[in-house]
Design a protein around this ligand. Structure first.
Ligand SMILES: *[C@@H]1O[C@H](CO)[C@@H](O)[C@H](O)[C@H]1NC(C)=O
Ligand SMILES: *[C@@H]1O[C@H](CO)[C@@H](O)[C@H](O)[C@H]1NC(C)=O
Ligand SMILES: *[C@@H]1O[C@H](CO)[C@@H](O)[C@H](O)[C@H]1NC(C)=O
Ligand SMILES: *[C@@H]1O[C@H](CO)[C@@H](O)[C@H](O)[C@H]1NC(C)=O
Ligand SMILES: *[C@@H]1O[C@H](CO)[C@@H](O)[C@H](O)[C@H]1NC(C)=O
Ligand SMILES: *[C@@H]1O[C@H](CO)[C@@H](O)[C@H](O)[C@H]1NC(C)=O
Length: 451
């Protein structure tokens, strides 16, 4: 190719960039010109001749979220030290907010909520704290509550128009319920097990004393606007009905109600129930699909970089509005790049250190770091990964407002697309395109990435 043709191409490209891109793209466009000159003729330009190559900036995390130090918002030549006051522990935990990868751009809503930042509603016998769209506006599809009950303590009989799904973090909880057909249910569930109450179905929760400290669990509601402070409580109702009406309803006299609570109880101490207790004899029988599920007994599926197990309405039949995937990721391994077609993902970190980048289309992307007790939120169709950036196993829950779990794996998608299409789009080495794995990896193996 002649020198004059090269310089012509170069100036054509430059004039394109002068219109389409800011001055900072000039360096990149000169790279494009040199590639074009090697690889193409004037009539068949290389596929990437229209845009510069993606940046190969180093974009690892700048410091470990679990080690001491003085985190500064500096990445290569970008940024500068902090001169004003600094909340060092928060900056240590959030390296990708203080010194974001240069791949982050535009605007993505906040996708991290530590339960530690929630107001805690403390009662005699326990506490409850919540995350909903009031504190995390992007989380429109689901809300979560972290609740603790001392041995014997009771979360009062109540109901709400949203379904309730739960994962037991510690101890044992006895649940009771009655459905619209007058069929009842009672069961005791332990660490790693689930329960689910359909919308509006009344229930109670009580810690047994199988564990001296009682129980703690996570509740998830398929409605981002749910508030634990706005449920229908039995005591609250009865204190807002004329006692004459109560007496008529129960076909008795008013003095029967002399000692009912004058305000709601919500969480209160009680005597630990028998863990093996059976439901009250019910002429209508028991609910057809159990409201609890022994998720702790489900074997994990081993994967190259960890393991996974799921519970959705295919196994936990009643749970038609919430599904869960419990994922374990080895140090250095990663939940692969993927997305969920129609369901939002409400995540909860059980153990370890995680890094997630949410790709929100149109050049918008943001990276967050997560610690145990943090909630993550990924709207439907947002591309993402979950990387273990710690030295210990990362374990987290992916919870969906859907009857079954579904995802699209980036690698599997490309492996099952005509290679010429993939090649024309991504300009990868042919050997990589030819060997894309057609089986969904879910969690890819740990590796040390080199340039
Ligand atoms: C109960 O909690 C205390 C304080 O957190 C802890 O030291 C103890 O090991 C716990 N006991 C049980 C049985 O979990
Ligand atoms: C009210 O009803 C209770 C329970 O049936 C009964 O023990 C009590 O004597 C009744 N009191 C009056 C004043 O009728
Ligand atoms: C646990 O509760 C049962 C009643 O369900 C009671 O018999 C037992 O004494 C309790 N044990 C402890 C250690 O509190
Ligand atoms: C769940 O539903 C399937 C059919 O849809 C049924 O075969 C199975 O017995 C049910 N399992 C439970 C535990 O109810
Ligand atoms: C992991 O261990 C290495 C070596 O001890 C240390 O430099 C690094 O900060 C640790 N990372 C985390 C996340 O703890
Ligand atoms: C493709 O991926 C599956 C699932 O991760 C794995 O079992 C298999 O070994 C992989 N095949 C190759 C050729 O790497």
């Amino acid at each position: 190719m002649s020198k004059s043709l090269i310089s012509l191409l170069f100036s054509v490209l430059l004039s394109k960039y002068a219109i389409a891109a800011p001055a900072s793209s000039l360096a990149a466009s000169s790279t494009v010109a040199s590639v074009v000159s090697e690889a193409s003729t004037a009539t068949a330009a290389a596929p990437i001749s229209t845009v510069p190559y993606a940046s190969d900036n180093a974009n690892g995390i700048m410091w470990s979220p679990t080690t001491d130090g003085s985190p500064q918002p500096i990445r290569g030549s970008l940024g500068a030290t902090i001169l004003g006051p600094q909340n060092v522990p928060l900056d240590q935990q959030n390296p990708d907010l203080l010194a974001p990868p240069t791949t982050d751009a535009g605007t993505v809503g906040n996708a991290k909520w530590p339960m530690s930042l929630s107001h805690n509603r403390m009662q005699t016998g326990g506490w409850a704290r919540q995350q909903n769209d009031a504190v995390m506006p992007m989380a429109t599809g689901m809300a979560g509550v972290n609740m603790r009950l001392e041995a014997g303590a009771i979360r009062e009989l109540h109901w709400h128009k949203t379904a309730e799904w739960a994962y037991i973090l510690d101890g044992y909880t006895q649940v009771s319920s009655v459905d619209t057909d007058g069929k009842n249910y009672l069961a005791t569930v332990g660490p790693g097990d689930l329960w689910y109450f359909p919308p509006g179905v009344p229930h109670s929760l009580q810690a047994t004393n199988q564990s001296a400290n009682g129980t703690e669990f996570l509740l998830v509601f398929p409605d981002g606007d749910f508030s634990e402070d706005s449920t229908f409580l039995l005591t609250d109702w009865l204190t807002h009905v004329p006692k004459e009406v109560l007496a008529k309803n129960f076909q008795t006299n008013m003095s029967t109600f002399d000692e009912i609570p004058g305000q709601e109880l919500y969480i209160f101490p009680g005597v630990a129930p028998d863990p093996d207790a059976q439901a009250v004899a019910d002429p209508a029988g028991q609910v057809p699909s159990p409201f609890t599920f022994a998720f702790s007994q489900v074997p994990v599926t081993p994967l190259a970089g960890g393991s996974v197990k799921i519970a959705d309405s295919r196994t936990f039949n009643i749970s038609t509005q919430v599904a869960v995937s419990q994922v374990s990721v080895d140090p250095g391994a990663m939940r692969e790049l993927h997305w969920h077609p129609t369901q939002d993902e409400w995540g909860y970190i059980l153990e370890g250190q995680a890094r997630i980048t949410l790709f929100a289309d149109s050049g918008n992307a943001r990276t967050f770091n997560y610690q145990p007790g943090d909630v993550s939120y990924i709207p439907a169709s947002y591309g993402h990964y979950v990387e273990n950036i710690g030295n210990t196993t990362l374990v987290f829950l992916e919870i969906y407002n859907a009857p079954i779990i579904q995802d699209i794996s980036l690698t599997q998608w490309l492996a099952l697309t005509p290679p010429a299409m993939v090649q024309a789009t991504l300009n990868l080495p042919q050997s990589i395109v030819d060997n894309l794995n057609k089986t969904k990896a879910t969690v890819v193996a740990p590796m040390t990435v080199v340039n």
